[in-house]
Structures are given as C-alpha cells and as structure tokens.
Design a protein around this ligand. Structure first.
Ligand SMILES: [Zn+2]
Length: 174
C-alpha cells in the first residue's frame, strides 16, 4: 500500500533562464494576496506553483487546475511571463490569485462530467452549463478577477513601498 504523507501547503517559484531578481517579491506578493483573499488556514492548505516562462502566447498567465479529483481545489499552477516587468507580473499574479480563491472556496467549480466528457461550470452554487459555451468576457469569475486585480496589486505595493528593494524594482511604474 502506498504511504500517504500529508503534504503541507506551499508557494514555490520555478523558472528556467532569465533574470530571477523578482522571485522574492513574487513569492511574498502571492502570500500577501492569498491572505487578503482567504484565511491563513485555507491558504496554508494549498500548493501553489508559480512558473515564470518565456512568453508563448499573448494570453500569459492562466490558472491551470485539474478538473476532477481530490487535489483539484488544492493544487494550482500559475504561469507568469518571465520577461514581463515585475509590476505587470504582480497584476497578473493578483488576477490568478483571485481565481485560486474562487476555486479553493468552491465558489467556482469546473468539472468534467462522465456522462458527456465535457467541462461543466458551477458558479456560486449555480450550474452554468458547458464551459465552452460561455463567452470569456461574460464569465463571472473573469469579470471578478479583472475588476479586482489592480486594487490587489496596488495594496501589496503600497504595503511594501517602505522597502527600498521593492521601490527600486518598481521604479518608473505608475
Ligand atoms: Zn482569468
């Protein structure tokens, strides 16, 4: 029988190549944003892997979670564009952390149904049907994330402006 070890939550950054100066800020920001959005108990139960990758698509930064299984609401992978300015990365991170909250709390549920093998969505307890039939711009979880990302990023930056390191990284950014 396989030994089941209880895995502790974590926030980890992974990157191949490029400048890694921003890691400390991104990790701290993810923790700060997580605690703004949910309880420490909930956040500590999650495993959040942040991957800094060379830009592949214009649509960088998306929250990938498994659709089914017990890990679906605990394990997250967030991709950020490696070569973006830290301020941009922080805003994308804020957007994705809002999705993490939506999923971890069960407000957003994406499930692969066995009957039709299609991805179905439940939002705040309401069945919204097939994921592919919902236009991106009308997805309530996206509307919420876009509406909240800037304020969440700013809250983190304002909190840490006393840090000269953060100041120097963000210099010149409005
Ligand atoms: Zn989104």
């Amino acid at each position: 029988m396989k030994k089941t070890t209880k895995q502790k939550g974590f926030i980890k950054i992974f990157q191949k190549g490029g400048n890694k100066n921003g890691h400390a800020i991104i990790e701290e920001a993810a923790r700060f944003m997580g605690l703004e959005l949910m309880s420490s108990r909930m956040l500590n139960g999650l495993q959040i892997r942040i991957e800094l990758r060379a830009r592949k698509a214009a649509n960088a930064g998306h929250c990938s979670v498994k659709c089914n299984g017990s890990d679906a609401t605990k394990k997250f992978t967030i991709e950020l564009s490696r070569d973006d300015h830290t301020a941009t990365q922080l805003e994308v991170l804020a957007h994705e952390m809002i999705h993490v909250q939506q999923i971890a709390t069960g407000r957003l549920q994406k499930r692969l149904w066995k009957s039709d093998k299609q991805l179905h969505v439940r939002w705040e307890g309401k069945e919204l049907g097939l994921h592919k039939n919902i236009p991106y711009k009308t997805m309530p979880w996206e509307i919420e994330a876009y509406a909240g990302q800037k304020a969440l990023k700013t809250k983190y930056i304002d909190k840490d402006l006393s840090s000269s390191f953060v100041k120097s990284i963000l210099a010149g950014i409005k």
